[in-house]
Ligand binder design. Structure first.
Ligand code: AMP
Length: 490
């Protein structure tokens, strides 16, 4: 059974809202179990099918197969799917179809009929790009609003009138407060990456935005995980939703080959250079736990003549887009990123994901390695694991329910005892250290209390997050973190 971040047991997928009649349930079953070999079978309009063909999509992905028929019917949806599964087209194609079927015939400015809320600027850009591509023969108009750039062009686009608005919460609220956005005409509302929204402190902003939407609407709710607060939000805004889940978050894409390198902290950069000196790493997305760490690794790689750039929340929007563009075009070989900056990045050709630092939240591992092996391509994910990070490795292995193969024979192999293999019992998952992995004498040796990284008191348990504001009450620190996230996303 999966767990949420607080360690709470997650119930198996359930259909929220009222139970369906037996007949409806059977129909749903038939529809989803039917193998769809082509997009034509959904009954999508020809101008949309043409765009899909131009994207060279021949077969719907599982989330598309499951979700598109219900979204076409106007049903609410609770989608549990990672990015990289084809989730965007799963909502964008039927939305475009429905907008075309009932064109707006009024005079004056077009009303906003679809709102897509997403946590980061990168995701917003990707979603808007997808609407642009899939809707290129429809004549429908879309716009994107996110922070960190001048609001003028965004306000101009809104004034011209658009059918579809893709937005991050902070800037959208700004524009709403200036009277530049009217959401009363929204027919379909998509909430993307709801769990990430919660992580980034957007939950109140989202509720304020939802308050401005008409009660009668279609809502499509996507989240990779379902912690209690997200389930509560889903319960409160969805009406009799159909629940579709593909590849649970604990299952990384099959196409990604994974390996762990036991290496001590001081040797990680040497190991990274060693791997990059070899021929197999064509390009790599390297993850560090902190922004400072990302900058440091980038500088060290540049000194080693490896073209690298960093992408994280302290970089300006332009710098982030430029770095991503350079990496996608092959001008840089390595993109060094933190979790939040990299979530949802869609990079078509990515040979390696390298976890320079292991994430302290096990689910981030799945999100990270999902940047490679996208849409059927294969990929390699390598994780560096120092002695201090072994509890994180144990958490990851329990989440994905398997042991990562260990890379042997590299020159920086840690000499420290690897400990016994992780006990894969999911009841001990979620970042709680596997004590069996650490020898008792090492654990309790004076000065070895850093066996639990992030907890200064050395007690086992979830590491506390760093706060740049130092000591203070947890709630104040949380408030500050949320404000910081909002500032970055604006
Ligand atoms: P997403 O999960 O929406 O971020 O999509 C991940 C990637 O899969 C994007 O690069 C899409 O262009 C691609 N994709 C989406 N649907 C399909 C499909 N049916 N066939 C091939 N590629 C697809």
């Amino acid at each position: 059974m999966r767990k949420d971040r607080t360690g709470e047991q997650l119930a198996p997928p359930v259909v929220l809202g009222e139970k369906k009649s037996g007949e409806e349930e059977n129909m749903a079953e038939q529809r989803t179990s039917q193998e769809r070999k082509s997009f034509e079978e959904f009954g999508l309009r020809p101008e949309i099918l043409r765009a899909v063909a131009e994207k060279n999509y021949t077969t719907p992905t599982p989330i598309q197969e499951k979700a598109i028929p219900f979204v076409l019917e106007g049903k609410d949806l609770l989608g549990c799917a990672q990015t990289g599964t084809g989730k965007t087209a799963a909502f964008a194609l039927p939305i475009l179809h429905r907008l075309q079927e009932t064109p707006w015939k009024g005079r004056g400015r077009r009303p906003i009929r679809t709102l897509v809320l997403t946590p980061t600027r990168e995701l917003a850009s990707q979603i808007a790009e997808s609407f642009g591509a899939y809707g290129r023969h429809t004549g429908l108009r879309h716009a994107i609003v996110f922070g960190g750039v001048s609001q003028h062009p965004q306000a101009q686009a809104l004034k011209r009138g658009i059918d579809i608005l893709v937005a991050t919460p902070g800037r959208l609220l700004d524009l709403m407060s200036q009277g530049l956005v009217n959401l009363r005409t929204v027919e379909t509302f998509v909430l993307d990456e709801a769990d990430r929204m919660l992580d980034m402190g957007f939950i109140h902003d989202i509720r304020r935005i939802i308050d401005q939407l008409p009660g009668k609407r279609q809502t499509l709710f996507f989240s990779a995980t379902m912690p209690g607060e997200i389930k509560g939000l889903a319960d409160s805004i969805l009406r009799d939703p159909v629940r579709v889940a593909v590849t649970p978050v604990a299952t990384p894409a099959e196409a990604v080959a994974q390996q762990v390198h036991f290496v001590e902290k001081m040797e990680k950069i040497a190991l990274l250079k060693h791997l990059l000196d070899g021929p197999s790493v064509k390009n790599a997305l390297v993850f560090t736990r902190t922004k400072h760490g990302a900058d440091k690794v980038t500088k060290q790689l540049e000194r080693h003549n490896v073209r690298a750039e960093a992408i994280h929340g302290n970089k300006s929007q332009n710098a982030r887009e430029k770095a991503l563009g350079n990496f996608k075009r092959g001008r840089t070989r390595v993109l060094v990123a933190t979790d939040i900056a990299a979530r949802g990045l869609d990079i078509a050709y990515l040979s390696h994901v390298i976890n320079f630092d292991l994430p302290n939240e096990s689910e981030s591992y799945v999100h990270r390695i999902g940047r490679t092996g996208r849409a059927g391509a294969s990929g390699i994910a390598l994780s560096f694991c120092s002695f201090e990070e072994r509890p994180f490795l144990a958490g990851i292995e329990r989440l994905i329910r398997k042991h990562l193969p260990v890379a042997e024979g590299h020159p920086y192999r840690s000499a420290r005892n690897p400990g016994s293999p992780t006990d894969l019992d999911p009841r001990r998952a979620n970042g709680v250290p596997a004590l069996s992995m650490i020898r008792a004498d090492e654990l309790f040796r004076p000065g070895r209390m850093d066996a639990f990284p992030g907890r200064s008191d050395g007690r086992p348990g979830r590491p506390r997050r760093e706060s740049k504001w130092g000591a203070g009450s947890e709630s104040r620190k949380k408030g500050n973190r949320e404000a910081e996230h909002r500032r970055h996303a604006r």
